[in-house]
Ligand binder design. Structure first.
Ligand code: NAD
Length: 458
């Protein structure tokens, strides 16, 4: 029996399961096994589509039990964990149904016929973070599998059980070794990004590790898709309806205890309306109930790690020492021993504080007063992240104009954290490379081959 390690519930700090502690040799074995099945898997598009549709049905049918595994190891509210599996099923169906040309013929030219074929890129290493272990894996698996790639999934060390469970369900419908999972510590991701048999790394995680993965993958010139960090601003315009705006911002900012790459991480509001918006945000945040993700009535779970909890608390303390004020929260909000922080709203947060300037990735939301909208947009565009941003106003033309100036992968108006199956999602600048979702996500797993034909004798 190979070595295992324990997975911990971040709400109770109790172990919830044991998973294999794989080593780089296990990754090498998985690569060799994937090589054996690659050609047959790539050969039959309709068989792949049927397998994905059938797998989607099973994931949907079992989403409640699967969601419980995810809730216990990750901390999120059970209903949201179930929803992740339903999103995964939706992605499998979307890509099973998406049509794309496997080849195209270019306009004829003097005696030559030029065809462009689109072939699967090959074996994909899918490396995922702990905040959305299932939906972020499915957004890679669905296009990779439907295009005919094989996949080795490597979940975060702290959320491996839900990935193992999803892969088990999918493998009832896939040929053996088309989809494999390896679990263990950080060194395992290195094996995936360094070993030559892997053709592409699709990574979601922090900007720092994404850059490290890109460097690890460079000597073997692997293709990479990187979905990285964000520090999304919500930009409230002077005419916004504040109670509506506050409710929707709170819905985004504290989802999954604020551990969402594309959540509202800071709010910019005209100075004259700052106090009024803060009050509305506090009213909306007061409705959240902190607790164990699987307990009845919980609407916000713990943060996922003690390091994350400490980081966010340090940022809040620093922002207060620099002139900010805790308008709501600041305590754990429960008697459970896990990594809890109540939804915390920091009013009058200074621009220069880490809570505003860095990706805090937790249950804290700074409110920043602005005097000049143009200067604020310029300042935001000059920053490292470019994942998402939102603009809030009943004047849709004006909001659209502002949204169109933002250097981000997704600009929302009067909403935030909403993604579409058929629209590209990804980041500008330090927030990523490449796109997921829709046909853009599919193209990441295809390699063009130009076949240029001339008659044998002419
Ligand atoms: P992380 O970068 O620490 O880890 C992500 C994955 O990389 C994990 O599987 C981890 O085991 C692996 N890894 C860690 N160190 C490694 C190394 N040195 N070499 C190779 N692999 C390594 O991210 P996290 O803490 O799990 O997740 C939070 C981060 O993910 C946040 O920054 C968040 O913004 C980002 N994120 C981005 C998106 C997006 O779509 N843009 C979505 C979700 C999360």
């Amino acid at each position: 029996m190979s070595a295992t390690y324990a997975v911990i519930d971040p709400a109770t700090l109790e172990p919830v399961g044991e998973v294999p502690l794989h080593q780089p040799e296990d990754v090498e074995r998985a690569i060799a096994a994937a090589r054996q099945v690659a050609r047959t898997w790539a050969a039959d598009r309709e068989a792949r589509r049927s397998a994905l549709r059938a797998a989607a049905g099973a994931v949907d049918a079992e989403s409640e039990e699967l969601g419980r595994i995810l809730s216990l190891e990750q901390g999120k509210v059970w209903a949201e964990a179930v929803q992740e599996f339903r999103v995964a099923a939706g992605l499998l169906r979307h890509y099973a149904d998406l049509d794309w040309d496997e080849s195209e013929t270019l306009t004829p030219r003097d005696g030559r016929q030029v065809q462009v074929q689109y072939a699967p890129v090959g074996l994909v290493g899918a490396i995922t973070p702990w905040n959305f272990p299932i939906s972020l894996l499915a957004v890679k698996l669905a296009p990779a599998l439907v295009t005919g790639c094989t996949v080795i999934a490597k979940p975060s060390p702290s959320t491996p059980m839900s990935t193992i469970a999803l892969v088990e369900v999918l493998n009832r419908f896939l040929p053996a070794d088309v989809l494999q999972v390896v679990t263990g510590r950080g060194v395992l991701s290195r094996a995936l990004s360094e070993l030559p048999g892997v053709r592409k790394i699709s990574f979601t995680g922090s900007t720092e590790i994404g850059a490290a993965i890109m460097a690890q993958a460079a000597p073997t010139v692997k293709k990479v898709t990187l979905e990285l960090g964000g520090n999304d601003p919500a930009i409230v315009l002077p005419d916004a309806d504040l109670p509506v705006t506050a409710r929707r911002i709170v819905g985004s900012a504290f989802r999954n205890a604020g551990q969402v790459c594309m959540a509202v991480k800071r709010v910019y509001v005209p100075r004259a309306r700052s106090a009024e918006l803060t009050e509305a945000l506090v009213a909306a945040a007061s409705a959240l109930r902190v607790g164990h993700g699987v307990a009845e009535g919980t609407t916000m779970g713990p943060m996922h790690t003690s390091a994350q909890q400490q980081l966010v608390q340090d940022y809040v303390t620093q922002a207060v020492s620099q002139g900010g004020r805790i308008a709501h929260g600041g305590q754990s909000g429960t008697s459970l021993p896990g990594y809890f922080l109540e939804p915390t709203i920091v009013a009058d947060a200074p621009q220069s504080s880490d809570l505003v300037a860095c990706e805090q990735f937790g249950a804290a939301l700074p409110v920043v007063a602005y005097d000049d909208l143009d200067a604020t947009i310029d300042q935001l565009n000059a920053q490292e992240f470019g994942l998402g941003a939102s603009v809030w106003s009943p004047d849709l033309d004006r909001a659209h104009q502002v949204a169109s100036r933002l250097e981000v992968g997704t600009a929302w108006v009067n909403q935030h954290t909403v993604v579409e199956l058929d629209a590209p999602f990804g980041g500008w600048k330090g927030s990523g490379l490449g796109r997921e979702r829709g046909r853009w996500g599919l193209e990441e797993y295809l390699e063009p081959r130009t076949v240029n034909v001339r008659a044998h004798a002419d």
